[in-house]
Design a protein. Structure first.
Lengths: 490, 103
C-alpha cells in the first residue's frame, strides 16, 4: 500500500456513491489503489471492535486496483464497478482466500476456484477486499452462530447486526466496503440490511448463479448485494446476474440495466399492503416507521391497496422444514475426508466422520441437521417434508395472485428492531419466529429489497421490505428509491 | 404429526446424520425439537389434499424458466494436486482415511 488516506478525497458526511467513486477513478482524480488502501486502513481501525472481516485478500485486491488504474491511465474502457472496494460473505468461495462459512469444520480450507458471483464482480472491475463474517453455514438471524465470534452492529455496538449476512451489512454500515455480497435463504440479506440501516437485495431465485456458494438449502439460497443506497445495489446486481452454465437453476432471462430501472419514478405503481404483516408481534415503533414510509409512497404518486396473504402464518413451519431438510442433505459432505477439519484420533472411518462433525459443527447447525434428518426420515417424510412442499406451493400461488393486482408489496422487514447480543440465544424457536416477514418471499422465489425507512426513538434502524414478482427487481428498486428519497437519502 | 420426540428418537436421528451427541446435547436437542415440532403441527390446519408439492420455484410460470442443462461435453476439471492440497490426509493420488475393513 503506497499512500496514506489523506491523498484521496476523505469521507466527510455522506460517503461517495459508487457512481461518484467510479467517475473519480475513471478520470484519474482518485487512484483505485489509494482507495483500497484507505479502506484497508479503516478496516484495520474498526475490525477489532466490530469483527466484520474474517480474512483480507490484500494481494489480490491491490493487483486488481493496479490493473484498473493502468486501464484508466490509458483511457481503456472500464467496467461498471471499476476500482470499487467490495467485500464478500464468507460462504462464497474465492481462490487464494480461506473459506470458512463461519464454521470450524472448514478451518484451513482454501478453495481452488472462484464463485461465479465473485469472478463476475472482478470482471466488472471491483476490488475484492476480503471475506466477511456470518452465521455458521448462513444459519442464524443474529450472527451469533459464527464460530469466529459475533459481528457487532456499527449503529449500536451492544446489539446484533442481524444475520446471517451480518458482516456484509455491517461492512457497508461502517464504510468498511462500498458494497458487499451476502446470501439470503430465509431473510439473511434483508434482515441484517434492516438492522444495520443499509440496502439489501434479494434477487429472484435463479437470477444469480449459485456456483461456488457453500450450500445451505439449495432450493432457497440466493446471492445478492448490500450497499449504502438503492442505485449502488442495483448496479451490483447488474454485474452478478445472468445465466451461468455451472448452475442449472440459473435463469436464462436477459439482465436489464437495473440502475437505469431504479431511476424511473415510482409514480403510478400499485402498492399492496398485506394485513398479515402488521398484526400481533409487530413492534409499535417499527409499525409507525413503516406506516410513515407508506405515506411517503402515497405522496410520490403510488396507489396504496390493502391486500390479504392469509397463508403467511404457515410460512415459518414450512420454511424450517424445507430449509432444514435440504441442509441435512447438503451438510452431509462435511465428513473430514476431502477438506477442512478432521478429528485427530479416530480408529475407524465411521468414528472419524462422527468425531469430525461433532467437533466441527456448532449447536445451531446440529439442531438444523437433526430437524431436517427427522423430517426426511422413514415414516415422517409425508407428514413433514411433503406437507411443507405442498404449503410452499399455496404460498407461492398466493403471491402470484396478489401480483396480478399490485406491482409491489411493502411490509416491515423485521417485526422488531436490532436486539442486544445474547438476548435471544437461549430460545431457538423465538429466534425462528422473528423471520416471519422474510421467509415467505424465500419460499415463493420472488424478488425484494430491504430499504432503510426511519428509526426507533432510540435511533435503531428500521427497514421496509419491498417485494416484487419473479424477475421484477426493477419495480422493487423504483419503490425503494422513492422510500429512500423521502428519507433524504440516496 | 403431533408425536412427541423421545430421547431415543434424537439418538436415532443423530446416528442417521453421523452426529455424536453428548447426553447434555441430546437433552437440549430433545427440548428444542419438540418445541419446534409443536409449532410445525399448525400445518395440519391446512387442507392440502390434491396440492402438488413444489420442490423448485423455477417450475412456476414466469419465475425464470425451468432448469437449463448444459450440453454434455468433456471439459477439464480441477487439477488433482490443487484438490489434494486441501485434504487432511493424502498420498497425493488419493484421500487417506482410517481403516474401513479389518483383516
Amino acid at each position: 500500500m503506497q499512500s496514506d488516506a489523506t491523498t484521496t478525497e476523505s469521507f466527510v458526511g455522506r460517503p461517495k456513491t459508487l457512481a461518484e467513486l467510479r467517475a473519480a477513478i475513471a478520470s484519474g482524480q482518485t487512484k483505485s489503489a489509494d482507495l483500497a488502501a484507505e479502506y484497508y486502513q479503516r478496516i484495520e481501525q474498526k475490525n477489532p471492535r466490530l469483527n466484520v472481516y474474517l480474512s483480507l485478500t490484500k494481494e489480490r485486491a491491490l493487483e486488481q486496483a493496479a490493473r484498473v488504474d493502468a486501464a484508466a491511465a490509458k483511457g481503456d474502457p472500464l467496467g461498471p464497478l471499476a476500482g470499487i472496494p467490495v467485500g464478500i460473505k464468507d460462504v462464497l468461495v474465492m481462490k487464494g482466500a480461506p473459506a470458512t462459512a463461519g464454521s470450524k469444520i472448514l478451518k484451513g480450507y482454501q478453495p481452488p476456484y472462484d464463485a461465479t458471483a465473485v469472478s463476475r464482480l472482478e470482471a466488472a472491475g471491483a476490488v475484492l477486499l476480503g471475506k466477511l463474517n456470518c452465521d455458521e453455514f448462513a444459519m442464524g438471524s443474529s450472527n451469533e452462530n459464527s464460530a469466529y465470534g459475533p459481528v457487532r452492529n456499527p449503529v449500536a455496538p451492544d446489539r446484533v447486526p442481524g444475520g446471517s449476512s451480518g458482516g456484509s451489512a455491517a461492512a457497508v454500515a461502517a464504510n468498511m466496503a462500498v458494497a458487499t455480497l451476502g446470501t439470503d435463504t430465509g431473510g439473511s440479506i434483508r434482515q441484517p440490511a434492516s438492522f444495520c440501516g443499509v440496502v439489501g437485495v434479494l434477487p429472484t431465485y435463479g437470477r444469480v448463479s449459485r456456483y461456488g456458494l457453500i450450500a445451505f438449502a439449495s432450493s432457497l439460497d440466493r446471492i445478492g448485494p448490500f450497499a449504502a443506497n438503492v442505485r449502488d445495489a442495483a448496479t451490483l446486481l447488474g454485474a452478478i446476474a445472468g445465466h451461468d452454465p455451472s448452475d442449472a437453476t440459473s435463469s436464462p432471462a436477459p439482465v436489464p440495466d437495473y440502475a437505469a430501472e431504479s431511476d424511473k419514478p415510482a409514480e403510478g405503481l400499485r402498492i399492496g399492503v398485506p394485513a398479515e404483516y402488521f398484526g400481533e408481534g409487530l413492534d409499535p415503533e417499527v409499525r409507525a416507521a413503516i406506516e410513515s414510509g407508506i405515506d411517503s409512497l402515497r405522496a410520490a404518486g403510488c396507489t396504496i391497496q390493502p391486500i390479504s396473504l392469509p397463508t403467511t402464518k404457515y410460512a415459518i413451519p414450512t420454511y424450517y422444514l424445507v430449509a432444514t431438510a435440504e441442509a441435512s442433505a447438503n451438510l452431509a459432505r462435511f465428513d473430514g475426508v476431502r477438506y477442512g477439519y478432521r478429528s485427530p484420533s479416530s480408529a475407524t472411518l465411521s468414528d472419524m466422520y462422527r468425531h469430525s462433525r461433532d467437533e466441527g459443527f456448532g449447536a445451531e447447525v446440529k439442531r438444523r441437521i437433526l430437524l431436517g434428518t427427522y423430517a426426511l426420515s422413514a415414516g415422517y417424510y409425508d407428514a413433514y417434508y411433503l406437507k411443507a412442499q405442498q404449503v410452499r406451493r399455496l404460498l407461492a400461488e398466493e403471491f402470484l395472485r396478489a401480483f396480478a393486482q399490485v406491482d409491489a408489496i411493502v411490509t416491515p422487514t423485521s417485526p422488531i428492531p436490532p436486539f442486544k447480543l445474547g438476548e435471544k440465544t437461549g430460545d431457538p424457536l423465538a429466534m425462528y419466529l422473528a423471520d416471519i416477514y422474510t421467509v415467505t418471499a424465500s419460499l415463493a422465489g420472488i424478488s425484494g429489497v430491504s430499504v432503510p425507512c426511519g428509526a426507533t426513538k432510540a435511533g435503531l434502524p428500521v427497514g421496509m421490505q419491498v417485494l416484487a414478482s419473479h424477475l421484477q427487481e426493477g419495480t422493487a428498486f423504483r419503490v425503494a428509491r422513492a422510500v429512500e428519497a423521502a428519507q433524504g437519502r440516496g | 404429526m403431533t408425536a412427541r420426540v423421545t430421547v431415543e428418537d434424537v439418538e436415532r436421528v443423530a446416528e442417521l446424520a453421523n452426529l455424536e451427541l453428548t447426553p447434555e446435547e441430546s437433552g437440549t436437542m430433545l427440548h428444542d425439537l419438540n418445541a419446534i415440532l409443536d409449532h410445525v403441527a399448525h400445518l395440519n390446519e391446512l387442507d392440502t389434499t390434491g396440492v402438488t408439492p413444489l420442490a423448485q420455484v423455477g417450475e412456476l410460470s414466469g419465475a425464470g424458466g425451468v432448469s437449463v442443462l448444459r450440453s454434455d461435453e468433456r471439459r477439464p476439471s480441477l487439477d488433482r494436486s490443487l484438490v489434494m492440497q486441501q485434504a487432511p490426509e493424502t498420498d497425493q493420488a488419493f484421500f487417506k482415511v482410517p481403516k474401513v475393513i479389518e483383516r
